[in-house]
Design a protein around this ligand. Structure first.
Ligand code: UDP
Ligand code: MG
Length: 151
């Protein structure tokens, strides 16, 4: 068991569908602690840096438009969770990337959809590993926006 951090983003579809309360309640089952939270208007630069590993994918352009809120609302709720095995615990509740394959009781299984434009509108982002979490949290938050000095 290791104390980790995990970046969670409630994506624009999650906000527009008023799923914030439900998602935060569901994630509270992990007993992890929220150490940072803010509403962000995502710039193209932030979106492209966040999803840099997907730059070559054919859905990249649509994904950037999606996270910037062009299809829903230009807001994302960014949260940092901290605690033992944070990434694995959160990813389990969030569910698989493709909402059609995600467990029906997971957040993505319940609320996500696959669009005809070929993007998975899957309501939330969650860091995949502690290494990715560190990179992402440094990208989304300044150190003084987090309650304890993490990195
Ligand atoms: N995505 C998509 N189609 C794909 C793979 C990914 O639309 O075939 C989108 C989806 O919104 C996903 C995001 O790109 O959440 C990031 O992809 P990643 O492989 O990192 O999945 P995640 O870590 O979010 O489960
Ligand atoms: Mg990912």
């Amino acid at each position: 068991m290791k104390v980790e951090q995990c970046l969670v983003l409630i994506k624009p579809d999650g906000l527009v569908k008023s799923l914030t309360g439900d998602i935060i309640s569901k994630l509270s089952e992990t007993q992890l602690v929220i150490v940072g939270a803010k509403i962000v208007q995502v710039t193209k630069e932030l979106a492209e840096e966040h999803y840099q590993h997907l730059r070559e994918e054919k859905f990249f352009g649509e994904l950037i438009r999606y996270i910037m809120g062009e299809f829903h609302t230009k807001r994302v709720l960014a949260l940092v969770y901290q605690g033992e095995d944070a990434t694995a615990k959160i990813r389990k509740i969030v569910g698989a990337t493709n909402p059609e394959l995600a467990e029906p009781i997971s957040i993505r299984g319940k609320y996500g959809r696959v669009t005809t434009r070929g993007v998975f509108e899957n309501v939330v982002h969650a860091s995949e590993s502690q290494k990715e979490a560190e990179r992402e949290i440094k990208l989304w938050f300044r150190p003084d926006e987090l309650v304890n000095t993490i990195f």
